[in-house]
Every structure is written in structure tokens, then in C-alpha cells.
Design a protein around this ligand. Structure first.
Ligand code: ADP
Ligand code: MG
Length: 377
């Protein structure tokens, strides 16, 4: 389960990591009650909000209301923004990156630290790997003072060692106590008042839900409130999206087809990540948006994507166009299994094959392959 920034910061605050004063805003009326200067931050599950225009510094009340109205209800990286975090504006001396993750290859937890904070860490890793420190530690013993001092030296934060140690200890406590697969602070900032977590990214391990029922329930309820709002505010009215618990993304062009696909996924031993339905008379844009929605709003990490299309009114060449456009813009992070038939089927299939995307004639075969891919076979 991925947490929103406001939820992660709540956990940070509970365990003693300093975070800015903040308030969750969900309506235009709430905006009128705020006092500048503040930073308005779109609450969506994907990162890179700053770059995409979803984090805005507002220096006066007029711009707070204006920017807030612009952000609420807007679409950010395919997700509808229906909550903002209105946050105290912090005077930043320097931005750092810190995270606790599980390294699948090493089969060990890692601390990752960098003084190149505020940027995408994947990019730093690729272009300037020397700016990143990775330290593994014993999962039972936890990180030791040696780790804290190594990190403080690497970040040139020797004078802030005490503060840094407190942050790292608290991150480890969260990581451990809540079975997190990721606790990331990017950026952690140095200020005249000490170290403050300006952002939060927390993923809880779905496989641990059975022993973390309370925290999953608390955060899921908060997310439902926001996402129900989200569904109501969708003005396109064409895409129905309901998040589910599994790891196989599912898109269909009809509710009946969607229900059938969910049943088949289960019959083959898989679990769907969503019910996403586009209606039976749709366009390349809607197909594209459906893919954006499924990738951006999945609460668990997707392992495969199944698209089941039955062209009655729907044109398969148009559906293929939407899928291919999405692939060209964003790439595909998981294997895609498309079954299409009906109107303009031959053209649609040819377009898919020309773009290197496999298509299936047989519904069950497509479902079975998607389930196998999700199981890593
Ligand atoms: P994202 O990672 O999704 O882009 P962040 O929360 O990291 O969002 O914000 C992006 C940038 O905006 C940060 O690197 C920081 O420079 C700035 N920023 C975020 N929150 C604040 C704040 N409360 N005060 C001042 N600057 C902020
Ligand atoms: Mg960030």
C-alpha cells in the first residue's frame, strides 16, 4: 500500500521526525481560511509533483485561493487531485535524500543517502552514482552508530549528527514496526531550526497486511474518502475505476466484460488490482487515460496489465492507437496482455504487432498469461 504524503508525514510526526506545520485541504471553502505564505502540495500517489507543477509556493492570500482552485480537481500525472496539503513554507539551506529500502538482490535492508536531495534519485544514481551512499545493515540488529556516523560524514552533516541520528532511528523504527518496503524522505532539509522532512514516500508491504491490520485500515479509510471524492469529480464520466487488492491491472470496454475478466483472473489464481471500465463507445484518449489511471492509482505494485476489448461500437484501431500512444509516452513497466476482437479488429491487431505488442484472440489465454506474469513465471 502506497501512502499519500500527508499520511507519511503523520507517521513521521508520531515518531518524532520534524515535519512542517500542515493542514489537509479538500474544498474551495477551506482555501479561504488559509493564511499565506504557504506551500500548496497536490496529494497524489505518484512522485515528481514539483516538476509537474503540483507543488506551488503562495506568498499572498489571493494566490493561495487562485492556485488552490486551479489545483483542486486538476489532473496530475493521470491522477485527479482532490486533496492538497497546505504547508508552512520552510527556509531551506540544503536538500538531502534519505531512504530505507529492501534490496531484493542482497536480500537485506539498505539505507540510501545523498546530498543531491530534491532530485529524482534514479537520475542521480544513473548520472552521478558517486553522490549516493548505500549501506546495508543487519535486519535484526538494525543500523548502528557506525552507520549513522558514516552517513553524517558522507553528507557533511557532522555538526548535525545528533539530529540526523534521531531521524535515521525514527525511520528505522517505522520501517521495522510497520513492515514498510520503503521509507523515503526526499528532500530532508537543513534549516536554521534543524533537519526537517519536507516530503514523505512510504510503501507498506502488502504481504504484511495480516499483522498490520490497524494501520492498513486507518490509512485505507482515509484514502477511500479521497478516492470516492475522486470518482465523483471525474467529469469525463467514461472511466469507472475501483481500486482492488491484487497486482494485475485490468481494463475493459464494458462492465460485463470487466466482471467476467475479474472472475477469470481469480479462476486462474490471480488477483486484480482494479476494476477499470471505459464504456462500450470510447476513444483513443479514453484508452490512454484508462492506462494512466490504472498505473498511477494502483495501491499495490502492478505485475502485469490485462486489457480486454470487445469491439461492438468500439473501434479496435482506435483502442490500439491509445495503447501505443501511452507506451510511446511512458513506456510499459509491466508486461501487457491485450485481447481484442470486433470492429476494425484486423487493423487494430496489425498496429499492435507493428509496435511490438502481442495480442491474443483467446480470452482465457490472455488472462492466464497475465496471471502467470504476475506470479513471475
Ligand atoms: P515531489 O517530490 O513530488 O516533487 P516534494 O514534496 O519533494 O514533491 O516538493 C518538491 C520541492 O518543493 C522540494 O524539493 C522543495 O524544494 C520544495 N518544497 C516542498 N515543500 C516545501 C515547503 N513546505 N517549504 C518550502 N519548499 C518546499
Ligand atoms: Mg519529493
Amino acid at each position: 500500500m502506497k501512502l499519500y504524503e500527508f499520511q507519511g508525514k503523520e507517521l513521521f510526526a508520531r515518531c518524532g521526525i520534524s515535519v512542517p506545520k500542515r493542514r489537509l485541504v479538500r474544498s474551495f471553502e477551506d482555501l479561504e481560511t488559509l493564511d499565506a505564505p504557504l506551500v500548496l502540495k497536490s496529494q497524489v500517489l505518484s512522485g515528481g509533483r514539483g516538476k509537474a507543477g503540483g507543488v506551488v509556493v503562495c506568498d499572498d492570500n489571493a494566490s493561495l485561493v487562485q492556485e488552490g482552485k486551479r489545483l483542486i480537481g486538476s489532473s496530475l500525472k493521470g491522477e485527479r487531485v482532490l486533496a492538497l496539503l497546505a504547508e508552512e513554507k520552510v527556509d531551506i539551506l540544503q536538500e538531502y535524500y534519505l531512504s530505507f529500502v529492501i534490496d531484493g538482490e542482497l536480500k537485506k535492508p539498505l539505507i540510501i543517502a545523498s546530498a543531491a536531495g530534491g532530485m529524482e534519485i534514479e537520475k542521480v544514481a544513473e548520472e552521478e552514482p558517486e553522490k549516493i551512499l548505500k549501506l546495508s545493515f543487519d535486519p535484526l540488529a538494525g543500523p548502528s552508530d557506525y552507520h549513522f556516523r558514516r552517513i553524517a560524514d558522507f553528507l557533511s552533516l557532522r555538526n548535525e549528527l545528533k539530529d540526523l541520528r534521531k531521524v535515521l532511528r525514527a525511520m528505522y523504527a517505522l520501517f521495522n514496526q510497520y513492515d514498510a518496503s520503503l521509507i523515503e524522505i526526499n528532500p530532508l532539509v537543513k534549516t536554521s531550526a534543524g533537519l526537517i522532512a519536507l516530503d514523505s514516500k512510504i510503501n507498506l508491504d502488502d504481504d504484511a497486511e495480516f499483522r498490520q491490520k490497524e494501520i492498513f485500515q486507518e490509512f485505507q479509510e482515509q484514502q477511500n474518502v479521497i478516492q470516492q471524492n475522486n470518482a465523483k469529480a471525474k467529469d469525463e464520466g467514461t472511466i469507472t475505476y475501483v481500486p482492488l487488492d491484487g497486482n494485475i491491472g485490468m481494463i475493459s470496454d464494458g462492465a460485463g466484460t470487466g466482471m467476467l475478466s475479474l472472475d477469470l483472473i481469480r479462476d486462474f489464481g490471480g488477483e486484480a488490482a482494479d476494476f477499470c471500465e471505459m464504456g462500450g463507445l470510447t476513444s483513443p484518449d479514453v484508452m490512454y487515460q484508462a492506462m494512466e489511471t490504472v498505473f498511477n492509482r494502483a495501491t499495490k505494485e502492478l505485475k502485469s496489465l490485462l486489457v480486454i476489448l470487445i469491439g461492438g461500437f468500439n473501434r479496435m484501431d482506435e483502442m490500439a492507437e491509445g495503447i501505443i500512444r501511452y507506451k510511446n509516452d511512458h513506456g510499459l513497466s509491466v508486461p501487457l496482455f491485450v485481447r481484442l476482437c470486433g470492429t476494425m479488429e484486423t487493423e487494430g491487431k496489425k498496429m499492435m504487432i507493428d509496435s511490438g505488442l502481442p495480442v491474443f484472440d483467446d480470452l482465457e489465454e490472455a488472462v492466464e498469461k497475465a496471471v502467470m506474469a504476475a506470479e513471475g513465471e
